[in-house]
Design a protein around this ligand. Structure first.
Ligand code: GTR
Length: 330
């Protein structure tokens, strides 16, 4: 039987998944992802599940609900925080309104390249961001790659910020993203990912911004025929566990969870790099007009809004540390 989303959510609210875990066997844990099976985030989590399964001699097994079956990232994060879902793989964006420290790694143009992003999130700054989620009922386990986000739309190629004036652009539900798009003179329309294709097709929005795999995998490229490579965001994906569920595990299993998550990262990154190439090839073959963009005028406007987004000294401290790691690389 295939349960509809409403039924699944209702079931979760009523403790249905916990019941399901009991039926399936001791220790069947659940994980949510907005992307479908085969997408690198889902496959990274699958690898995590396999590693956890063997580390615990089969006591802890994982069932992934992919393709947004359990709801959008914001809703499922809330359910995860009270223990209705055990694990969740999300982008940093839906965490921005929950924990201010997540904003620092989601600032436009903060990372100079993927190597810089990986260095930061794999180090103490990344650990600090993951740890900051605990008071919100979430245990941050690891970061996955998300490539670079750029703008796409149904109307015209974007060469400079002026070309964005008046465009209605979908953003994830994050004040930071809204401010970012407004700083470029476009209208920001917050909306969950699964509504983007239809909204583009119906003209409710003119465009959105995302990385190659999401642009391709969500079929957005079939309607938005202009993809302009601003590469304004290199914010990573995050894999979290429900703190209630984590705390209920014996210490050895908690350690196994943390280790398996970290061990799944290199695998996910390999899949990610391959997926970017595959998605790029599919989009280009479809005839989408892809253009390179001089990032300077975009960076100028978008970094000017950092200040308004950084409201605590701790955020500012982490920003300094991230920027210092950029210098080290040169
Ligand atoms: C994707 C990310 C998703 C989701 C999506 C969005 O790149 O993998 O987790 O956050 O972007 O824009 O909503």
């Amino acid at each position: 039987m295939r349960l509809g989303r409403r039924a699944v959510l209702g079931g979760i609210a009523a403790g249905g998944l916990a019941g399901c875990a009991r039926v399936l066997g001791h220790g069947v844990l659940t994980s949510s992802d907005t992307h479908p099976i085969g997408y690198p985030t889902v496959e990274g989590v699958r690898r995590f599940g396999e590693l956890l399964y063997s580390a615990t001699g089969g006591r802890l097994d994982l069932r992934i609900y992919a393709g947004g079956q359990l709801g959008n990232e914001r809703d499922t994060l809330e359910i995860t925080s009270f223990g209705g879902i055990d694990f969740n793989r999300v982008n940093l964006a839906p965490l921005n309104s929950i924990e201010p420290l997540t904003i620092v790694a989601a600032l436009p143009f903060i990372f100079s390249d993927t190597a810089h992003m990986r260095r930061v999130v794999d180090g103490p700054v990344g650990d600090a961001i993951l740890a900051s989620l605990e008071p919100h009922g979430l245990v941050g386990l690891c970061f996955y790659d998300s490539g670079a986000r750029s703008f796409y739309n149904t109307r015209r190629p974007i060469h400079r910020p002026e070309d964005m004036r008046g465009l209605k652009l979908r953003v994830p539900g994050s004040d930071l993203y809204i401010a970012m798009v407004r700083s470029l003179g476009a209208d920001a329309v917050p909306m969950p990912l699964d509504e983007v294709y239809q909204s583009l097709a119906q003209g409710v929005i003119d465009g959105a911004e995302n990385n190659w795999p999401s642009f391709e995998n969500g079929r957005h490229f079939e309607v938005a025929r202009f993809y302009s490579l601003t590469r304004h965001l290199l914010a990573p994906e995050v894999f979290v566990m429900s703190k209630v569920k984590y705390d209920a595990l014996p210490p050895a299993d908690r350690r196994a969870v943390r280790l398996a998550a970290k061990q799944s990262v290199p695998y996910m990154r390999r899949l990610w790099d391959a997926q970017v190439e595959k998605s790029r090839a599919i989009v280009l073959a479809s005839g989408v007009a892809v253009n390179e963009v001089d990032p300077a005028p975009f960076a100028e406007r978008m970094t000017a809004m950092w200040d308004a987004s950084l409201t605590t000294p701790r955020q500012r401290e982490l920003v300094e540390r991230i920027l210092a790691q950029r210098e080290v690389a040169r």
